[in-house]
Write a protein that binds this ligand. Structure first.
Ligand SMILES: [Zn+2]
Length: 130
């Protein structure tokens, strides 16, 4: 394993009640540092069964150097937060580009339309008005 990489990829269930179905496995790319203390994450990795109360599913497990414990739920939250940070950055970039094109502050609708046009976000539901 390349220890210089900043991220690791893990395969874990994307929902808690996976019923043992491998369709519910998802690959996530996460930081290689413990979110609690910045210690090295996943110094030891192996595969184990996640048990949802009724069915088992084989997925990744790991130990962090610092002894802090990542749960699958905490990883799912971490990924969502990363997505949110990414979206915030995209909106900032689009706002900057649009404002130099338009010579004024773009509206939120113009920003979302731009992001949709570039395929960066899925189309917002019809009927939702800002
Ligand atoms: Zn830690």
């Amino acid at each position: 394993m390349d220890t210089t990489k900043e991220t690791i990829t893990v395969r874990i269930p994307r929902i808690a009640e996976h019923n043992g179905f491998s369709e519910f496995l998802a690959e996530y790319t996460i930081s290689n540092k413990c979110p609690k203390c910045g210690g090295k994450r996943a110094v030891k990795r192996w595969q184990d069964y996640s048990y949802d109360g009724s069915k088992k599913l084989l997925c990744d497990r790991w130990d962090n150097e610092c002894g802090h414990y990542d749960t699958y739920e905490s990883i799912r939250k971490e990924v969502k937060k990363d997505d949110f940070d990414k979206l915030t950055r995209m909106v900032d970039e689009a706002r900057f580009k649009l404002s130099s094109e338009l010579g004024r502050e773009p509206s939120l609708q113009e920003i979302t339309e731009r992001l949709e046009a570039e395929g960066l976000i899925p189309p917002i539901n019809e009927g939702v008005h800002v």
